[in-house]
Design a protein around this ligand. Structure first.
Ligand code: SAH
Length: 229
């Protein structure tokens, strides 16, 4: 008889990531911290990137796209003030990591990805990890997902030139949206959009650098190869 001790070899890396990159930088939201201790980030990055899955940087995920730096995921999630009963929209599924972090906290996550091969890959990986409250759609997130809205919170993870009006329209009363705004490769700012009593308030939060928000699926991902298993 053999007794095999089941341990997650990435658990200590995850704990280090949360301690040094997230808590040390001032994120104190319990739910965000717990979610990030739990989500197996290494299962959502390409296999050749796994050793770096918990490092303090964004990583390439194929198709010229990136999975955001863990601190940015924590920061944006915290700003949304996620709560268990909420329904959240994400634009820019990418690897699926941000969707998984949200899905640990809220009720339902609807996420849209314009690069089909990325979206399908993320959907498959998330299913295999047991997330049945994440719904992936392939398409242009500019129009949001009106059939499933309005949403309690919206997160956009690609930098737009301006805030898409359909997304503001799909935000619930009291809802919050976080979105990077600015030119591709240039000075971008994370903006917080708050909707309250019919008014929309916009606040500049943090300088950032995100991949661009695109409007044409044929521009991206066609010539790239994905290397995930
Ligand atoms: N949230 C992701 C980060 C993805 S990077 C993660 O956790 O890994 C941004 C993603 O936005 C890219 O995959 C890009 O293809 C996608 N994207 C860009 N413009 C988009 C649009 N108009 N609609 C939907 N997705 C878009």
């Amino acid at each position: 008889m053999f007794f095999i001790l089941q341990t997650d070899p990435y658990q200590s890396k995850r704990e280090q990531m949360v301690k040094t990159q997230i808590v040390a930088r001032g994120i104190s939201n319990r739910e965000v911290i717990e979610a990030m201790l739990k989500v197996e980030r290494h299962k959502l990055v390409p296999e050749n990137m796994r050793a770096n899955a918990y490092s303090d940087s964004p990583l390439p995920i194929g198709g010229g796209q990136t999975i955001s730096q863990p601190y940015i995921v924590a920061y944006m999630t915290d700003i949304l003030r996620p709560k268990p009963g909420m329904t959240v929209l994400e634009v820019g599924t990418g690897s699926g990591y941000q969707a998984a972090v949200l899905a640990e906290i809220v009720k339902e996550v609807y996420t849209i990805e314009i690069v089909a091969q990325l979206g399908l890959r993320a959907e498959k990986a998330l299913k295999a990890m047991g997330y049945d409250n994440i719904h992936v759609k392939i398409g242009d997130g500019y129009q949001g997902w009106p059939e499933k809205g309005p949403f309690d919170a919206i997160i956009v993870t690609a930098a737009a030139q301006k805030i898409p009006p359909p997304l503001i329209a799909q935000l619930n009363e009291g809802g919050r949206m976080i979105i990077p705004v600015g030119p591709s490769g240039g000075a971008q700012q994370l903006m917080l959009v708050e909707k309250s009593k019919g008014k929309t308030k916009i606040t500049k939060m943090l300088p950032v650098r995100f991949v661009p928000f695109t409007r044409d699926s044929l521009q991206h991902g066609e010539s790239s190869t994905l290397n995930m298993h």
